[in-house]
Design a protein around this ligand. Structure first.
Ligand SMILES: [Fe+2]
Length: 322
């Protein structure tokens, strides 16, 4: 299969996936889940917004919860960091040349911030810096539930995985893993800028929709998160796992938050540190490659996801028949 070609000298430097903005029906209810079960730290809260971060993170926030309007809970932004102010200017030129409408916005605690929607309607937010906070990884008295350490990636359901992979590869994203049908159609693409297999993952499903956001945690704390959820009357918020991924061999557990947004805690993934690393392809019908042991994903994990504001959802061009 001919894969999309990564531009190894992109016009601007995306350093990593950095944050997500979710809208929620009840901020206090969501905070109980994210602080006590997932283990995030509340950096700051005002009436309609709460900013959270992982224990290792010194950036002001990696998850922003905003009170939902009449459209209901959705995912409003997927955030990425670029190297500095010069690179965010270069990003603006790149997206303008690609024919995409962009806007500059003021976001509290963020340096220059640019918003654009990708060709399939995924809302992206690039920023050149954030207010710095204390890292709390050694403040064990503040650790709760799954003790989420740092934001890692999102997975996005899109109608056309190849279109997504080609677009992100054009500004430097590398493919670590991909899957394909027996006919040779791409069904997923794991893409990264930092030194592990994923900053953003695309799956061939009805979309565009946010499938999940993911935080890294110590493996033993995945079980602890499930135990805490059960103790707090949230046992059914555990959707899938604990189990182990095939691609990055990381242990995982998936939760649904009070609004149905899906959150993954995963153990430390492998590192990918060199440009010569080749993408690894997997036959999508070989389920053992995706879940080496344990249960396969439940139907709701395959079918349900969070919508993006104002975006119509379309069927995938490669139908799911596996
Ligand atoms: Fe994930």
């Amino acid at each position: 299969m001919i894969l999309p070609t990564t531009n190894y000298n992109p016009q601007f430097d995306v350093t990593r996936a950095s944050h997500v903005v979710l809208t929620v029906a009840d901020i206090s209810k969501s905070l109980e889940f994210y602080q006590e079960v997932i283990g995030l730290i509340l950096t700051e809260r005002d009436g309609k917004t709460a900013y959270l971060r992982g224990l290792e993170e010194d950036s002001h926030h990696s998850l922003t919860l905003e009170l939902a309007d009449s459209t209901g809970p959705q995912c409003s932004q997927l955030g990425f960091r670029v190297r500095d102010d010069e690179h965010i200017e270069r990003a603006a030129h790149f997206f303008e040349n690609a024919g995409l409408a962009l806007s500059w916005v003021e976001v509290p605690h963020q340096r220059r911030t640019l918003r654009v929607r990708d060709p399939q309607g995924v809302p992206l937010e690039f920023c050149s810096g954030m207010t710095v906070q204390l890292r709390l990884h050694s403040r064990v008295d503040r650790h709760r539930g799954g003790c989420a350490l740092r934001f890692d990636h999102t997975q996005v359901a899109v109608p056309d995985v190849r279109v997504a992979a080609e677009f992100y590869a054009s500004f430097g994203f590398m493919i670590s893993d991909f899957s394909y049908t027996p006919k040779g159609d791409m069904t997923s693409a794991f893409m990264h800028r930092k030194d592990n297999p994923h900053d953003i993952v695309f799956g061939s499903r009805r979309g565009p929709r946010l499938h999940h956001l993911a935080y890294v945690a110590e493996a033993q704390n995945l079980f602890r998160a499930g135990d805490v959820a059960a103790s707090l009357g949230m046992a059914r918020r555990v959707e899938f796992g604990p189990s182990r991924h095939g691609q990055d061999h990381a242990p995982f557990i998936y939760f649904r938050d009070p609004d149905g947004h899906r959150v993954e805690l995963l153990g430390h993934p492998i590192q990918i540190m060199h440009f010569e690393s080749e993408p690894i392809g997997r036959d999508v019908t070989d389920r053992a490659q995706f879940a080496p042991w344990g249960q396969l994903a439940p139907q709701e994990w395959l079918a349900e996801a969070s919508t993006f504001p104002g975006e119509e959802v379309s069927e995938p061009v490669v139908p799911r028949t596996w």
